[in-house]
Design a protein around this ligand. Structure first.
Ligand code: ZN
Ligand code: ZN
Length: 501
């Protein structure tokens, strides 16, 4: 899809469709829309006057002007109240427009930059959000459907022109569009990785995808197999992997622009390509969703891709421990004690609490870089879903400064986080009689005790853990977010880096 900034007037647009927008409660339309309205006989003002169009968020009306020298259709969309308008709404409106165009079978259209004239949003951020919404709306999750849906219009939007009033705004709008395109395309790729079934997305397949992307993006790439893991002492990752016929993989990606020295930022993503629970077998209800237990890995891979594409001037490392968690005659058992890369020992209480085990080795590995910050993303606990639902990821941190950075990036990117406590009292729950710790702390505060175990492997490095179990997939279908994998975390991680300074 091509999205471009374009200097031009709405009323001079020809082609299939032009999109204009209106805030709720604005019964006086803007100058440029008024110029268009004059050409089409005041139909927009009439709609508003009759009360047929109120400008509510998500509202739309389609007009057929039938005037020569003008677009065939004018789509009027509502923006909601002007004081509530932000990047998230820009994204949502753009996605609604893209879906509407798709359903009409329209491949090319021109649109105003919604709400940018109202002043709350810079032109650059508005353009970025518009591009993101348009691209996220085009995502299709039916990777393995050979016969497409009957209701499916089948045509994807190919070209969008974003109209700009004066030339001085054009560079800012164009760089916003470019960022939005890169980030949303990366998020859609993350959705693909997560939506792939576990028989296609094995640890080896994930590593192949990572390799292909790294070559394309110009990232450093290193891959560790079981032999290298053994040498490094990654006993926790190997313990989880030993029940599967598929070999585990440990993926290392590196973005190091010239002249960037000092300390890197390290991203770590949980890459369980299928989680059956192991010997502590999960209930069969919904077990198919466990193909998505590598959503953290997908977010890190896609964020690394976007980081390279945007040439972000920072040294960034991506680490992904990838394995299946299956029961078998060789599987690890409750009661087993595993020795991690740091030498710390972990008693296994539940083989279904495997994410923290593979992350323990990955976080331990991250310490070789002496990083200035580590951020891990993991579909870690059902307890986090109970606490925060499907709206926000749980944020756990050992450092207030890094937590604040992530919270700020969260507000800008629209990917919500909510900080949870990590008071040392909770560590009591994971004390073991036989090892340094045990891998579960019982039902109370399950998301916190999971995070508490991870904290033991980062030392004093500033670290944030995001429990994304509730936000990595969606049951609902919205224009920005079709049902299935969300790609959560890509926008957040890239924003974190872009804002770093
Ligand atoms: Zn599990
Ligand atoms: Zn898991």
């Amino acid at each position: 899809m091509l999205i471009e900034g374009k200097l031009g007037e709405i009323r001079q647009q020809t082609g299939e469709l032009v999109v204009v927008s209106l805030f709720e409660g604005d019964n006086k339309i803007g100058e440029r829309t008024a110029a268009l309205d004059a050409v089409i006989g005041g139909r927009i003002q009439a709609l508003i006057g009759w009360g047929d169009f109120k400008g509510r968020l998500g509202e739309s009306a389609l007009l057929y002007p039938g005037v020569a020298g003008l677009a065939d259709r004018v789509l009027l969309v509502g923006l909601g109240k002007s004081d509530e308008f932000d990047a998230a709404r820009e994204r949502q409106v753009a996605a609604t427009v893209a879906r509407k165009a798709q359903s009409l079978g329209i491949t090319t259209f021109a649109t105003v930059l919604h709400g940018a004239s109202a002043g709350q949003l810079s032109h650059g951020l508005a353009a970025q959000a518009l591009a993101e919404g348009t691209i996220l709306a085009g995502y299709r999750g039916d990777l393995h459907r050979t016969v497409k849906d009957d209701e499916d219009p089948g045509k994807a939007v190919e070209r969008v022109s974003v109209l700009v009033e004066n030339e001085a705004q054009l560079p800012e709008v164009e760089s916003g569009i470019r960022a939005g395109q890169v980030i949303a395309s990366a998020a859609n790729w993350a959705r693909d990785l997560v939506n792939q079934p576990a028989n296609c997305m094995t640890p080896r397949a994930l590593a192949d995808e990572a390799h292909r992307m790294a070559v394309e993006a110009g990232l450093g790439f290193e891959l560790l197999g079981p032999e290298e893991m053994r040498k490094l002492g990654m006993g926790a990752l190997l313990g989880v992997a030993q029940g599967s016929a598929e070999e585990p993989r440990f993926i290392v990606l590196e973005h190091k622009p010239q002249g960037q020295t000092g300390q890197p930022v390290v991203f770590v993503g949980k890459g369980i390509t299928f989680d059956s629970g192991g010997i502590s077998l999960k209930n069969q209800d919904g077990m198919e969703k466990m193909k998505g237990d590598m959503a953290g890995a997908a977010a890190v891979l896609a964020a690394m891709q976007a980081t390279a594409a945007l040439a972000i001037p920072m040294w960034v490392i991506g680490l992904i421990p990838a394995t299946e968690n299956l029961p078998s005659g060789t599987a690890y058992r409750p009661g087993d004690v595993l020795t991690s890369i740091t030498g710390k020992t972990i008693e296994v209480i539940s083989t279904d609490a495997e994410g923290r085990l593979i992350l323990a080795d990955a976080l331990g590995y991250s310490q070789r870089y002496n990083p200035k910050a580590v951020v891990d993303l993991a579909t870690l606990t059902g307890a986090c879903v109970v606490a925060l639902g499907n709206i926000a990821a749980g944020l756990f941190a050992n450092d207030d400064g890094l937590a604040t950075r992530v919270e700020t990036a969260s507000r800008a990117s629209g990917e919500k986080v909510w900080r949870m406590p990590l008071w040392r009292e909770y560590a009591e729950q994971i004390k073991s009689d036989v090892a340094d710790m045990k891998n579960t702390g019982g039902r109370p505060a399950g998301a916190i005790t999971g995070a508490m175990l991870l904290s033991k492997f980062v030392g004093t490095t500033p670290w944030v853990h995001l429990d994304i179990a509730g936000v990595s997939a969606s049951e609902k279908d919205t224009p920005v977010q079709p049902r299935g994998a969300t790609g959560y975390g890509v926008r957040l991680l890239v924003q974190l880096l872009r804002d770093w300074h």
